[in-house]
Write a new protein. Structure first.
Length: 471
């Protein structure tokens, strides 16, 4: 529901603009008002799940998200919709931040956990494509209000299922991390950082506002880290970050998502602006990617992880993503879907379908039951921040390249295509760096025999989890 909401809104933006009278600049706040609290609260929300109970935080977030969806659906003004989207972002952060933590806690046996993470990856990837299709159908057939109404029955059903099937485990207690100044520092740092990233395409990378706000975000983060290292009961114990696999997997994911977000965003623009596809045709064009990705995530990747380990499994997948981006960098102005788009779409689906479950497994490898929510929030934060930075970088480079060529008299279609090619090359470079991280930073993670519970991570002073980084 949360991933679907992100893409379904993008499809409906032109209709929302016409109905509520948004200017082109103000229209971006329909998306930004959601992304700022969502990206800013993920890390804190995950840790709160550890302290007060993950199911409790999940249900609170789900309730807030669903209620805010209703407010979005009945919005009659720009201000009302933007405010409702902000509240929706808070609910989305609270609920999604603890999901991986709940999976780790519910499935201690490695084989079942790998299957569950595979399902998680499938649902996340499917939600994006389903959002494109559903958004196009609902917006064209009924109205944009229905893209939010669709969340209501889903939210009610999920709340019922969660209360019935997810065990209510108590958290470790607020006294283990009731650091309110720390909470304010990390939330402010991430919200300012996300806001700055979202404005880069308008301000530019060297604008004074970009530099000042980036510095403020970095300073607040540094103060937060220093505080967590020195107080008795930190909000976010830094022991989790001692693991090379946890840190490396999150860095790798941020790099990979940066290139992937750019591909899907710019690929959709290429199909619409250059090839003349409708919004619905764009959704259908991405459908094979979702089908292949889902098929691999649901069954194949779990078998590979159990047979070869997550590090060995993800390296070919990340290489496949880099190659797919390079193939996109040769798409012509008169591109043909079957020969120019479908092969790299299938290749990136194979890459993501095999690598993402492995990345999730490694990113959660250093988590104990007491800090699985923090690890889950960190995974989601690295994905959102990496995607936002990558999209801002690739979109800016693409726009600058296109504007330069248009000034030289090149046709609009050729200028747009050349701009997208530059962005794809940069995305492939980010994926290549991700390959280097996988090879030189990550360590093989010995998997217990199938059916044997995974050993508890050991967090003695100065000691990393023995099973996650052992070579």
């Amino acid at each position: 529901m949360i991933v679907l909401d992100g893409t379904i809104v993008n499809v409906a933006l032109p209709s929302i603009q016409d109905d509520l009278g948004y200017s082109q600049a103000d229209l971006a706040w329909v998306v930004n008002a959601y992304m700022i609290p969502f990206g800013g609260l993920l890390l804190l929300a995950g840790r709160i799940g550890d302290l007060v109970g993950q199911r409790r935080v999940f249900l609170i977030g789900l309730t807030v998200f669903t209620a805010a969806s209703l407010l979005c659906a009945v919005s009659v003004s720009q201000e009302m919709l933007v405010g409702a989207r902000f509240v929706q972002g808070i609910g989305g952060a609270l609920s999604s931040a603890v999901i991986l933590g709940m999976i780790v806690t519910m499935f201690p046996e490695p084989g079942n956990r790998a299957k569950a993470i595979g399902v998680y990856g499938f649902v996340a990837s499917a939600g994006g494509s389903i959002g494109l299709l559903t958004g196009g159908v609902l917006t064209e057939a009924i109205s944009w209000h229905w893209i939010f109404i669709i969340n209501l029955p889903i939210g009610i059903l999920v709340a019922y299922l969660a209360r019935r099937f997810v065990q209510a485990r108590e958290g470790i207690g607020l006294h283990h991390g009731a650091d309110f100044p720390g909470a304010a520092l990390i939330t402010a740092s991430l919200m300012i950082g996300v806001f700055t990233i979202l404005r880069i395409t308008e301000w530019g990378w060297v604008d004074t506002r970009t530099l000042v706000l980036s510095a403020v975000s970095a300073i607040l983060l540094a103060i937060f880290i220093h505080r967590q290292a020195t107080i008795a009961n930190p909000l976010m114990p830094l022991r989790l970050f001692h693991s090379r696999n946890v840190v490396g997997a999150n860095v790798l994911q941020a790099l990979l998502v940066a290139g992937m977000f750019g591909l899907f965003f710019l690929g959709a623009l290429y199909m619409q602006r250059v090839l003349g596809y409708s919004a619905l045709e764009v959704g259908l064009a991405f459908l094979p990617t979702t089908v292949v990705m889902g098929t691999l995530s649901l069954g194949f990747s779990e078998k590979l992880i159990m047979r070869f380990g997550p590090r060995t499994t993800l390296i070919p997948g990340v290489v496949a993503v880099a190659v797919a981006l390079l193939l996109f960098a040769r798409t012509p102005v008169d591109g043909n879907y079957l020969t120019d788009l479908l092969p790299p779409f299938l290749l990136i689906a194979i890459g993501i379908g095999t690598s993402f479950p492995s990345i999730m497994t490694l990113a959660m490898s250093g988590a104990t039951p007491a800090d699985s929510g923090l690890a889950s929030g960190l995974v989601n934060t690295s994905m959102q921040v990496g995607g936002a930075i990558g999209l801002a970088l690739l979109a800016t480079l693409s726009t600058e390249r296109t504007d330069t060529l248009l000034g030289e008299g090149v046709s609009q279609a050729s200028a747009l295509t050349s701009g997208y090619h530059l962005a794809y090359f940069v995305g492939a470079g980010l994926a290549a760096i991700a390959v280097a991280v996988a090879i030189f930073v990550l360590r093989p993670m010995p998997m217990p025999s199938h059916g044997e519970p995974e050993p508890e991570p050991e967090h003695e002073a100065g000691r990393e989890p023995a099973y996650s980084d052992a070579g």
